[in-house]
Write a protein that binds this ligand. Sequence first.
Ligand code: 13P
Ligand code: SF4
Length: 301
Amino acid sequence: MTLVDKILELKKKKNAIILAHYYVNEDIQKIADFVGDSFYLSKIALNTDARIIVFAGVKFMGESAKLLNYDKKVLLVNNEALCPMAEMASINKIKQLRKEYDDLKVVCYINSTLELKKESDVCVTSSNALKIISSLNSKNIYFIPDQNLGRYVKENIKDKNIILNDGYCPIHNRLSIDNLLKLKAKYPKATVLAHPECQKEILVNSDVVGSTAYLIEAVKTIKNDEFIVLTEEGILYELKKRYPNYRFYEPDYRMLCGDMKKNTLVELYDTLLEEKNEVIINSLDRIKALKPLEEMLKYAK
Ligand code: 13P
Ligand code: SF4
């Protein structure tokens, strides 16, 4: 019996589902029940009847699944897979800004720790940030933790005072405009797809900006068969699967999220077998951190 067969058998026996993000290794994407962007995976976690949710992604994704479906057992394939950006904001700064602005809404990218969610008013993902922030009735918004997504939102929503924080994704933020210009010179006919965690100069020189799922869908609607892909390379598995005749080009600088790659098939098997790496959130924390996620689901409808 192969390792994959063993996982599939165990999954059935234990009434478990496997959720995987587009950035994890392709052998996991191949056997996952659902693969998607952060927003899609939160909605799946909310609605599943399975007894166990096994999350192949990073810690904040497993925590969101647990917050949204508290009675389920949520297991992380690897509990050392963290998103470094998730903690790049300060609770003291949130408190200080709340004193300064009566109407302040703290908008928290879902890539954030439980502690930051507890202090926030509404969560967003890269697929719904523009929609949600434009519907908020406050003028003053503090966007945490990602400065690049925050700046992208600020540039697209002019009637709000969007205060930026200095967090960033180390993988997307390191991509320089030189990397992109070289690629454009090499493949002048290619359409440029970029994740909004990239820096401003990258985004203004891209054709399509959006979440992983949005970028994958966008390819279907564009009359071209060549694309420059400016996000973590795990997305290429889904792109090549859906569009086998198209060409996808990546920068020389490899966009590789080491944390996402900590999810392996062997660990997936062990996690499921031993039901280990369980996400535990106490009920008080749950009440506070769930609030912004529920607000997100309400606004994103
Ligand atoms: P998406 O929600 O677009 O899948 O992004 C998650 C992420 O971690 C991007 O770095
Ligand atoms: Fe976090 Fe960046 Fe990895 Fe996404 S790619 S999980 S934002 S470190």
